[in-house]
Design a protein around this ligand. Structure first.
Ligand code: C5P
Length: 236
């Protein structure tokens, strides 16, 4: 989807990083109409959360399955073929060429969109070196973004600080999805490179992933509404 085609309300993706299906459903009920898009990651998916994808889709919600797949191409293709039947909108894979190629093959012409995670935001130059890489973080992010585009991947997960440089590489055909978002005044947690919702949208992010500031708030709906208002203002 090009940025102009994304409904402003769909730009907030709330990460349902809670330990059970019951807690996730309670959070979705509390957030009601304020949130249209949810992210299900390792914690919930491996705690019986996968059936929630279809349940949310039946309620008209969109789901980002953050499973960060990585395996031999054939296995990725077969896994993604199975995932296309769950009803999710986004699925993450690590940005290795064989993995991205396998994922694009697996999603075929379905409505599932593949997002590639370029370099995990917890990695710095030393971590990459220790893992055997020659390139530094920004070079590797850019190289992988180019590969993702050539292979037909639909979008990238990146830090809000990378949005500007990646947009120049991939244009508006690929969606840029950014975690590391913190409303002004909220706790940063373990996120190191953070931006407010308004600044991230102004920088060109298409979708914002927000977890703890919403799901750990005393009033999650009020926080989600405030983020939605900030997004709408930044788009004006
Ligand atoms: O709670 P918080 O807003 O930090 O949640 C961010 C979400 O985005 C978490 O589910 C985390 O796993 C995910 N994420 C991230 N950084 C990445 C990729 C995904 O924080 N590079």
């Amino acid at each position: 989807m090009t940025p102009a085609e994304i409904a402003p309300k769909d730009r907030l993706i709330v990460a349902l990083d809670v330990p059970s299906l019951e807690l996730a459903e309670a959070m979705v009920n509390r957030l009601g109409d304020s949130v249209t898009f949810y992210k299900i990651g390792y914690r919930l998916a491996y705690a019986g959360g996968l059936p929630l994808v279809g349940k949310l889709a039946d309620r008209g919600k969109k789901v980002f399955l953050d499973l960060k797949l990585h395996d031999i191409g054939n296995t990725v293709t077969q896994g993604v073929e199975s995932i296309t039947k769950l009803g999710a909108t986004f699925l993450t894979v690590h940005a290795y060429p064989q993995t991205m190629k396998g994922a694009v093959e697996g999603r075929g012409n379905t409505s599932l969109k593949i997002l590639a995670v370029t370099v995990l935001t917890s990695y710095n130059e030393d971590d990459l070196h220790a893992a055997g890489y020659r390139l530094g973080v920004s070079e590797l992010v850019e190289a992988r973004a180019q590969q993702a585009q050539v292979l037909g991947v639909d979008g990238l997960v990146c830090s809000p600080e990378e949005v500007g440089s990646l947009r120049k590489i991939v244009g508006h055909q690929m969606n840029l999805v950014t975690p590391g978002i913190r409303p002004a005044g909220s706790a940063t947690g373990d996120q190191k490179r953070i931006m407010t919702p308004g600044r991230a949208i102004a920088a060109g992010a298409d979708y914002l992933v927000v977890g703890r500031p919403v799901v750990e708030a005393a009033d999650p709906k009020a926080v989600a509404d405030a983020i939605q208002a900030e997004i709408a203002q930044a788009l004006d």
